[in-house]
Design a protein around this ligand. Structure first.
Ligand code: KIV
Ligand code: ZN
Length: 507
């Protein structure tokens, strides 16, 4: 008999705690909608008490996104639990996830509490959360370094207090798969209420030693039936366990694990791209499952084998994660209907306005580039549906650069219907464009990161630029795509500036 493993996605909470991955509420909603299409069981939408932005995002997700349980994190404190409940209560399926640290080092140095005090606080606050919310999860933080006997005691007590899900976190990514699997086995043995009350036993592992997925799988093998994970494995420090890797392990090795999930794996690739685009956190090319090279066969001997029978070197099918080969699909003579049909086939259902904008953008690209591929379309759609509030828009960018000249850029923007322009010199053409934009928008920020990627092969490929700028310790991401990489660079920088302006006006 196969066991069903619940997938608890914490991309919007623990994932967003990743340095530089701050998302605005609209972006969080877009990701939550996609997570619902992916069919995750639980969306941890944020930490309601952490900020007004977090609270608003959780509330909007709870109001809008149907299907998964919508959850907020809360410390074992009344004010946290009240705030979490205020945000998630709008969902048909709300959950409060409350936690307190149980390892000797955390209790002594961070909480300055004795184990009995931690136990009392946990029990009281689980009882309190249960008065508000029908579904309460409890986590003994840093369980990986906690005394097992204390863990059994606190877990039994919070189950008696009403918690229906117990999550065992390896907060600092310290354990090894053998140890972590044994810990889960021992918890099941020593806390009889888990079986008696049909409690969901969950795990949440960080990747500090690169073992997050291995530890999660060891825990599943040992009897855990929920895993907490993030798209692309993003999260604090080295990240969390990657959702797509856990799910595809369970699917590909069903013979070994004997487990199913509810995940619609065909949505994996799209979700990965969306999270990468909105957070600005690139997926490394050799990343398992969703990396650009995950299904590329370079070596001649491999290609030969794959051509004869895919299974010789391919253990998963690219289609299983929703990856269609990057075929040439449309050209400049393709009409709106052809574009709409293709986008529908790719899984995008755009409203009329967005489709029209995407079509106009498609025509611009098709004019410069003979063949427009699926990957190009993905970028075009991304530009139109990602929520980039546009205070400033680019009208024109031109540059002079080359050997023996100091590069100069002329930039024309439109701001609230009024055109403004400026020329500036820089150490290179991108620097010159950025200086002109900075002078026009009067937004001073530091450029933390600039990267450029060719979307498809060939010298006429769309170049996609991602920039991350920093202001007041917050990071803002911007993307821009164009066949002209200087224009793409300008678009990306301006998108990040627009985000910064938007965020500061929301505060
Ligand atoms: O890593 C951790 O311990 C957490 C808990 C709050 C579940 O994120
Ligand atoms: Zn965590």
């Amino acid at each position: 008999m196969t066991r069903l493993i619940k997938i608890f996605d914490t991309t919007l909470r623990d994932g967003e705690q990743c340095p530089g991955a701050s998302l605005n509420p609209e972006e969080k909603l877009e990701i939550a909608r996609q997570l619902a299409k992916l069919n995750v069981d639980v969306i941890e939408a944020g930490f309601a008490i952490a900020s007004q932005g977090d609270f608003d995002a959780i509330k909007t997700i709870a109001q809008t996104v149907k299907g998964p349980i919508i959850c907020s994190l809360a410390r074992t404190k009344k004010e946290d639990i009240d705030r979490a409940w205020d945000a998630v209560s709008y969902s048909d399926k709300p959950r409060i996830h409350t936690f307190i640290a149980t390892s000797p080092i955390h209790m002594e140095k961070k909480l300055r509490l004795k184990p009995e005090q931690v136990l009392k606080q946990a029990v009281e606050m689980v009882k309190y959360a249960c008065l508000l919310c029908p579904d309460v999860e409890f986590s003994p933080e840093d369980a990986g370094r906690s005394e097992p006997d204390f863990l059994y005691k606190i877990i039994s007590a919070v189950i008696e207090a009403g918690a229906q899900t117990i999550n065992v976190p390896d907060t600092v990514g310290y354990t090894s798969p053998w140890e972590f699997g044994r810990l889960i086995e021992n918890i099941i043995k020593n806390v009889p209420q888990i079986k008696q009350k049909n409690i969901t036993l969950s795990v949440h592992v960080h990747n500090d030693l690169g073992l997050a997925v291995a530890n999660s799988l060891a825990a599943i093998k040992a009897g855990a039936n929920q895993v907490e994970c993030t798209i692309n494995g993003i999260g604090e420090r080295a990240g969390n366990a990657s959702l797509e890797e856990i799910v595809m392990n369970l699917k590909t090795r069903k013979d070994f694990f004997g487990c199913d999930t509810n995940i619609n794996t065909k949505e994996i690739y799209k979700t990965s791209r969306l999270v990468s685009n909105l957070t600005g956190l690139m997926v490394q090319p050799n990343k398992a499952v969703v990396g650009a090279n995950a299904f590329a066969h370079e070596a001649g001997i491999h290609q030969h084998g794959v051509l004869k029978a895919r299974e010789t070197y391919e253990i998963m099918r690219p289609q299983d994660i929703g990856l269609t080969e990057s075929k040439i699909v449309l050209g400049k003579h393709s009409g709106r209907h052809a574009l709409q049909k293709k986008l529908n086939d790719m899984g995008y259902a755009l409203d009329k306005d967005t489709l029209e904008k995407a079509y106009q953008r498609f025509l611009e690209v098709a004019d410069k580039k003979k063949d427009v591929s699926e990957r190009d379309l993905e970028i075009i759609v991304a530009e139109e549906i990602y929520i980039v509030p546009e205070d400033y828009k680019i009208v024109k960018i031109s540059v002079t650069s080359g050997t023996h000249t100091r590069p100069e850029a002329k930039v024309e923007l439109v701001f609230k219907g009024k055109k403004v322009k400026k020329a500036a010199k820089g150490s290179g053409p991108v620097d010159a464009v950025y200086k002109a934009i900075e002078q026009l928008t009067k937004v001073k920020s530091s450029l933390v990161d600039y990267s450029i990627q060719a979307i498809t092969g060939g010298t006429d490929a769309l170049g996609e630029v991602t920039v991350r700028i920093k202001d007041n310790n917050r990071i803002y991401v911007g993307h821009g795509a164009d066949t002209d990489i200087i224009v793409a660079s300008g678009k990306a920088y301006l998108a990040a500036i627009n985000r910064l302006i938007y965020a500061t006006t929301q505060q």
